[in-house]
Design a protein around this ligand. Structure first.
Ligand SMILES: Cc1cc2nc3c(=O)[nH]c(=O)nc-3n(C[C@H](O)[C@H](O)[C@H](O)COP(=O)(O)O)c2cc1C
Ligand SMILES: [Fe+2]
Ligand SMILES: [Fe+2]
Length: 405
């Protein structure tokens, strides 16, 4: 059965929702699913903007068959060659031997690498400022290198103001009927997953996102809706999501808030982390969340680390090192270029406590612009009542730093 949504008079969402995939990119859990968005424009020429992942291709074809009827597909625009969007391309090429393909130089390179038979088709290699006219609609192409692949581009329909933004402005969570940002409560239900999507997939490439935002700035006035490759289409409140992207891509925290991440085998470090959370709340800081690094997928920790201004890392010492899941979190923060955060450290050890120094060394030497608070809580096996002053000092120091910054 076809399942399409009308975006404008002659533009349709023809994508699909996926609730079967457990791990996006075989690494990030997506308990609420994901959508692969593809868009069909019915102008004098029919134009498909990107395709879908392999397992969603049947749905894509039911959708475009329904809308095209006897018409052929004339044009395929490939903004992004990652297989979650281009896997169905080979079938599109086979089904429509006359379809003309638009993409970037690197897009065509990747088509060859992935083995798609694009050479049998008319192709148009586009770059910044190139345009194409499909009848009533004219589109302009803008390359978006390393957002988050090298070949990525975005396409602006200058006639109607639809911006096909590739993975930019995308989100996890299946659409399940709803398509537009005003059909969902984005701030309540989607923001955390949109942030987790951005930070884990694109987070490393903040400077590239910033240069795309700057490059696209002169066109922004023309943008009436943003049509990303995952998640809702933005047709109102575009400033809201742009503001989020500005924060995330410049590594600015979204909120004065604390995340406490603890690594604890037997619960003693955990208990200190909880006591610290309570003391922060006593001081009026209630945007505090506590995470067990061992049972929280690191993609959630990354999303939250991009949101908050302050992190508390509380780790046991493990075979003279940092507890492996905590080290994994640190490595992931580094890999995704997270920077410009304030960190308080809590360490635990029963015979040779090392985790505090090692975490400090990692933050200093391997990450950028990380401020480490002087007050460190050091625990010998378990946090004693006699250490309450130290806990209070740590909470005071975090609170003071939050007030200052
Ligand atoms: C496998 C293993 C290795 C450990 N290695 C060290 C170590 O090298 N140095 C140290 O001071 N404590 C070491 N510990 C003790 C822990 O760091 C910690 O003090 C203890 O687990 C209590 O904290 P918890 O209740 O939060 O787990 C080790 C514990 C385990 C189970
Ligand atoms: Fe992608
Ligand atoms: Fe994608």
């Amino acid at each position: 059965m076809h399942c399409v949504r009308k975006v404008t008079e002659d533009l349709y969402w023809v994508g699909a929702n996926d609730h079967r995939l457990h791990l996006f990119e075989n690494i990030h859990p997506i308990p609420q699913g994901v959508s692969y968005n593809s868009y069909l424009l019915l102008d004098e020429q029919s134009v498909l903007f990107d395709t879908v992942d392999w397992e969603a291709s049947r749905q894509l074809f039911e959708n475009i068959d329904y809308l095209l009827g006897d018409r052929p597909l004339d044009v395929l625009v490939i903004n992004h060659m990652e297989p979650d969007h281009c896997a169905a391309m080979e079938q599109v090429l086979k089904k429509y031997p006359k379809v003309k393909v638009y993409s970037t130089e690197k897009g065509f390179m990747l088509m060859h690498q992935f083995g798609y038979s694009v050479d049998e088709h008319e192709t148009v290699e586009v770059t910044d400022g190139d345009t194409a006219c499909f009848g009533r609609h004219t589109v302009a192409f803008l390359t978006a290198p390393m957002v988050h692949w090298p070949e990525a581009m975005i396409t602006l329909d200058t006639t109607d103001g639809s911006l096909f933004s590739a993975d930019a402005f995308g989100s996890f969570i299946a659409l399940d009927g709803k398509l537009f940002n005003d059909e969902v409560n984005f701030d309540r239900d989607w923001l955390d997953e949109a942030r987790r999507y951005y930070t884990n997939i694109v987070g490393k490439y903040g400077p590239h996102v910033q240069s795309l935002i700057n490059k696209a700035a002169p066109l922004l006035g023309q943008v009436k809706r943003i049509c990303p490759l995952h998640g809702p289409v933005w047709r109102s409140d575009i400033g809201y999501i742009l503001d989020k992207y500005n924060h995330w891509s410049s590594y600015e925290p979204e909120a004065k808030a604390v995340m406490i991440v603890y690594a604890s085998m037997y619960g003693n470090t955990e208990s200190a982390a909880q006591a610290l959370a309570a003391k922060l709340c006593d001081r009026g800081i209630t945007d505090v969340k506590v995470y067990d690094v061992s049972n929280t997928h690191v993609s959630y920790l990354i999303g939250e680390a991009f949101r908050v201004s302050h992190l508390v890392l509380a780790s046991v010492t493990y075979n003279l090192g940092i507890y492996p899941p905590m080290l994994n979190f640190l490595n992931d923060m580094k890999a995704l270029n997270l920077q410009n955060r304030t960190v308080a450290l809590v360490e635990n050890g029963s015979w040779a406590v090392k985790s505090g120094d090692l975490m400090a060394q990692f933050l200093d030497e391997q990450m950028k612009l990380m401020t480490i608070l002087n007050e460190r809580l050091s625990i010998a096996s378990s946090c004693k009542a006699s250490q309450e002053d130290e806990l209070n000092n740590l909470a005071d120091s975090i609170a003071a730093n939050m007030r200052e910054s």
